[in-house]
Design a protein around this ligand. Structure first.
Ligand SMILES: [Zn+2]
Ligand SMILES: [Zn+2]
Length: 283
């Protein structure tokens, strides 16, 4: 695996949409988000090389990025925000509060990376941004998160082989590049190995099969698989110790390679089921 393949992700989503036409509005919006992310990623040019300080952090069992955030050129971010706001407005039929977001002090100037730090640290008043707009705070967070992805992805890309090939000893449930909680899990290979996926920088890394990535409790008895209906390939792996869940695809049951970014989008019903049972997701 080298860089994230947007075209494979799009065709996976198309395949699911053909099978499950009711997913159309959700998939349609996410296809447009992917288009915007791909053009931002392309505009940023070649990924920066793996750095000595990044490797030093990893060898000290800290995520490569440490407490830094990637550079985020203000003009690129603002243009992408305008395009993404149009996609949200078209999908919902309600104008997205773009002006309010673009007026944030963090989004002025040549580099707007402080927006990323503020979002991660829950320092943005998302309720105020959403108020009276017809969108809720979660959707505003989803919007900003999706805008940040290509900048993190660009910064992380050179590390992808380092992680997946175990060139550094990383045993944590959080992302080895950016430190975010795992967004999705994949069980692969006949032996049922597991890897985790970061929804912010798109890194993937191996992780023990029977261990909760949130509380890192190694007791396999505590991890339970929750599936819906006849679909045994997609599940929530729930931990009764910390009440978290991680959505997961078992590629042995799917009978093909999966794209976690696409799997995450088409399994919103699993999020609802797990949330209803009192579990929450870390990312
Ligand atoms: Zn990450
Ligand atoms: Zn747990």
């Amino acid at each position: 695996m080298s860089s994230f393949d947007y075209s494979i992700c799009r065709s996976e989503l198309q395949k699911y949409q053909n099978e499950q036409p009711q997913l159309e509005p959700l998939i349609g919006l996410n296809q447009r988000i992917l288009d915007i992310q791909e053009s931002v990623r392309a505009s940023l040019g070649p990924a920066p090389a793996v750095s000595a300080w990044g490797m030093d952090n990893l060898n000290a069992e800290t995520s490569a990025l440490g407490d830094k955030v990637p550079a985020i050129p203000g003009d690129v971010f603002r243009q992408a925000a305008a395009k993404m706001a149009t996609a949200f407005s078209d999908t919902a039929g309600v104008a997205f509060p773009l002006e309010r977001i673009l007026n944030l002090p963090q989004l002025q100037g040549d580099d707007v990376s402080s927006i990323a730090a503020n979002l991660m640290e829950n320092e943005l008043d998302l309720e105020a941004l959403a108020e009276g707009s017809g969108y809720n705070a979660e959707t505003i967070a989803f919007f900003l998160h999706n805008l940040l992805v290509p900048f993190y992805e660009h910064a992380a890309e050179s590390y992808f082989p380092v992680f997946i090939n175990r060139e550094v000893p990383w045993t944590k449930g959080v992302c080895p590049f950016c430190g975010s909680p795992a967004r999705y899990g994949v069980i692969h290979d006949e032996k049922g190995y597991r890897k985790l996926y970061c929804g912010l920088c798109r890194s993937q890394w191996p992780y023990p099969r029977h261990k909760c990535p949130v509380c890192e409790n190694p007791e396999r008895v505590e991890i339970r698989q929750m599936t819906l209906g006849d679909d045994k390939a997609h599940m929530a792996e729930v931990c009764d110790t910390c009440k978290s869940y991680l959505k997961t695809t078992d590629e042995r049951k799917l009978q093909r390679e999966s794209v976690p970014a696409a799997e995450d989008i088409i399994t919103a019903n699993i999020d609802m089921a797990a949330t209803k049972e009192g579990y929450s997701r870390a990312a």
